[in-house]
Write a protein that binds this ligand. Structure first.
Ligand SMILES: [Zn+2]
Ligand SMILES: [Zn+2]
Length: 353
């Protein structure tokens, strides 16, 4: 269905971050697309752990200086295109990733676009419209397949990070994989790992999220608040030798350390969850050396993984619907973020402008 609405006004409703836990709903100018740019009418934006962090601290060191629009997981309909945009026309249903690499730097030339020194980020998903910069239009703006909803499509960015995390550790069918942390990211790992035939042990600290992980296919669930969580996980592995792979999706000192104890000799750990800056973790050198443990970490995504994420959603390998626990209007964004800080069982909330 095509939806062409001429904008006859020059202001739009948007959430503006002013500082710590200070978000105001305001009327701000609608951005106009220039050369190579596209204006998207946002149909769904998803809350994300990064947004919560930004809301709590009032800024983001790399990309958000208040007062600023924010939010970065979005899908919508193209409203207007700037000059020299060939592949998109108004009315197309699209999803945009939150960044695009430069393709010129040391890292981009080594197939590490996720580590690009000059990643261009976009922010402003909590608004009626967003202008997609030329670099993102060229590399990371995708047309939605008919069976993928705006809300589900908006999850491509975190899912792309998850897919890259799995690819980098090389998991094969039949491997036993522990996922620590049953937030939205952990639950996406569970779904994708099941779709490639891994045996999944889910460790988390909230009963509702553990129950959901079981519903999504986790073979075993372990309450990570137990003091002997490491032993409990090992009990679920053959001969108690530990898991082939452990994926940490929390970002805390305790869980990074637990991960080391859960992996088998010769196994691999992906420290996916980022800890607060400055966190130091002691390493058991004997364990790392004599058990030949590989410790990896993966961060962000590449344009290829954004495409693979949309495909995984289209095929139903990962169903973002299962992680969206509510739909709210833009006006209630502050309440939603406060609710998420208080962790009352919500996972991701879809903000519908
Ligand atoms: Zn995100
Ligand atoms: Zn680069």
């Amino acid at each position: 269905m095509r939806e062409l609405i001429n904008i006859t006004r020059d202001k739009m409703t948007a959430a503006v971050l002013y500082g710590k836990r200070d978000v105001r709903i305001e009327q701000i100018p609608i951005p106009r697309p220039e050369n190579g740019e596209v204006l998207v009418r946002i149909k769904a934006a998803l809350t994300c752990g990064t947004d919560l962090k930004v809301y709590r601290q009032g800024f983001h060191a790399r990309m958000i200086v208040p007062p600023s629009v924010f939010g970065h997981e979005l899908a919508g309909v193209i409203e207007e295109v700037g000059p020299n945009v060939d592949s998109f026309t108004p009315g197309m249903r699209v999803v945009a990733a939150n960044s695009a690499p430069c393709n010129n730097c040391f890292f981009c030339q080594r197939q590490l676009a996720n580590l690009c020194q000059d990643l261009q980020f976009i922010n402003g998903a909590y608004a009626e419209f967003i202008k997609i910069p030329e670099r993102v239009v060229r590399q990371n703006l995708l047309i939605l397949p008919e069976n993928v909803s705006f809300t589900e499509a908006a999850a491509v960015e975190p899912l792309a990070c998850v897919l890259r995390g799995i690819e980098e550790i090389g998991i094969s069918e039949g491997d036993t994989v522990v996922v620590i942390g049953m937030g939205p990211i952990g639950l996406m790992f569970v779904q994708q790992l099941k779709s490639i035939g891994a045996t999944v042990i889910a460790a988390g600290n909230r009963p509702n999220q553990l129950a959901l992980s079981a519903k999504l296919g986790a073979d075993h669930v372990v309450d990570s608040t137990h003091t002997n969580v490491v032993e409990r996980v090992r009990n679920f592995t053959d001969a108690r030798r530990g898991a082939d792979v452990v994926i940490e999706a929390v970002g805390s000192k305790e869980t990074w350390q637990q991960a080391m104890g859960m992996v088998r000799r010769g196994g691999t750990i992906n420290l996916f969850g980022g800890c607060p800056s400055g966190t130091q973790i002691p390493l058991d050198s004997t364990l790392i050396h004599y058990s030949e443990i590989t410790i990896k970490a993966t961060f962000h995504h590449t344009p290829r993984h954004i495409r693979e994420a949309l495909e995984a959603i289209r095929l139903g390998h990962v169903r973002p619907r299962t992680l969206i626990t509510g739909e709210e209007s833009l006006a209630s964004l502050s309440n939603v973020l406060e609710r998420l800080i208080n962790r009352n069982g919500d996972l991701k909330i879809a903000i519908i402008p």
